[in-house]
Write a protein of this length. Structure first.
Length: 313
């Protein structure tokens, strides 16, 4: 997204006009101006004298010479008046630009929550206009950069908050320009979320491994939607909310309880088998080759050998 438009220079200001706003050298410039003014007067006087000489040589009557001199005077006067009007228009455009820049700068200072801009004392109109316009450009860039960073932080927050099952971070009105303090708080909040994500992911991986192991020992498959989601989804997509982690802990506890019950049943069956072997007087070498017990998923008791039954009779 492109930055907001910045305050433009006053309409009609050429590059050479803006270059006037450099360090002031009034004494030297004043003397040079006086010299140029004297040269202009001398040039005009010389031209009029030359014209009068031509008119006299031609033989133009005095009355017509006066008329022609008035025409020259009128042309020079019109030219100077147009130049004055143009320069006054330039001054008015500069003053209007200064007013607009001051107004925009005041609004930007309030939006960005920074101190008001301090104008340079005794600055010329041109220098002041340039300073204000430059400052407006700088602050508009800061405004754009803050909003851009806020959008980036909000995207990251949405990702982390969704993964952790938490509400998004609130920073007030999204249309307002965030302050530097707001952005700093937001960054620290995201750092805390990232650390919490790492902690919960490690906890999830640990619980998932234990659940998978228990299910394998119990010869079970995930049966509920939550079990399938927890067992099949990647750690980077599973919602690591506190409720989900608590549910996973409960599932692990249920599986461990079920496993303990199975082990107790198996142990009881082993005891009964040993008692049966003792009653049937099964030799130790036959006992060692017997299956003994199945995995935790089954609890079938092996049948005694036919020879054992005959021996009991």
């Amino acid at each position: 997204m492109a930055p907001p438009p910045v305050a433009a220079a006053a309409p009609g200001l050429a590059a050479e006009e803006l270059s006037w706003a450099g360090p002031r050298t009034e004494p030297i410039a004043a003397r040079r101006g006086e010299v140029l003014a004297d040269e202009s007067v001398a040039c005009l006087t010389q031209a009029l004298s030359h014209l009068r000489g031509i008119w006299e040589e031609i033989g133009i009557p005095e009355e017509q010479r006066l008329q022609r001199t008035e025409v020259v005077n009128r042309h020079v006067k019109d030219l100077l008046e147009r130049m004055v009007v143009e320069e006054e228009s330039l001054r008015e455009r500069l003053l209007k630009s200064i007013t607009l820049c001051r107004r925009e700068l005041a609004a930007l200072c309030q939006e960005l929550q920074v101190a008001p801009f301090q104008e340079e004392e005794e600055a010329t109109i041109l220098q002041l206009e340039k300073d204000l316009r430059t400052r407006v450009q700088v602050m508009l860039k800061q405004k754009h950069e803050r909003r851009q960073e806020l959008r980036t932080l909000q995207e990251r927050d949405q990702e982390l908050a969704g993964l952790l099952g938490q509400p998004p971070y609130s920073i007030g009105n999204s249309e307002d320009v965030p302050s530097l303090a707001d952005l700093d708080h937001f960054r620290r909040h995201l750092a805390a979320l990232a650390a919490e994500k790492e902690h919960r992911q490690a906890e999830f991986v640990r619980l998932k491994q234990q659940v998978v192991l228990c299910m394998e020992e119990l010869e079970l498959e995930p049966s509920t939607a939550f079990e399938r989601e927890a067992m099949c989804q990647d750690t980077g997509t599973f919602c690591l909310s506190l409720n989900n982690l608590a549910a996973l802990k409960d599932l692990l506890q249920q599986l461990e309880d079920r496993k303990a019950q199975k082990e107790a049943v198996c142990e009881e069956l082993r005891c009964r088998i040993r008692m049966l072997w003792d009653w049937l007087q099964v030799p130790p070498e036959e006992r060692n080759t017997a299956p003994g017990s199945r995995p935790l998923g089954g609890t079938e008791v092996p049948e005694p050998a036919e020879g054992g039954r005959g021996h009991s009779g």
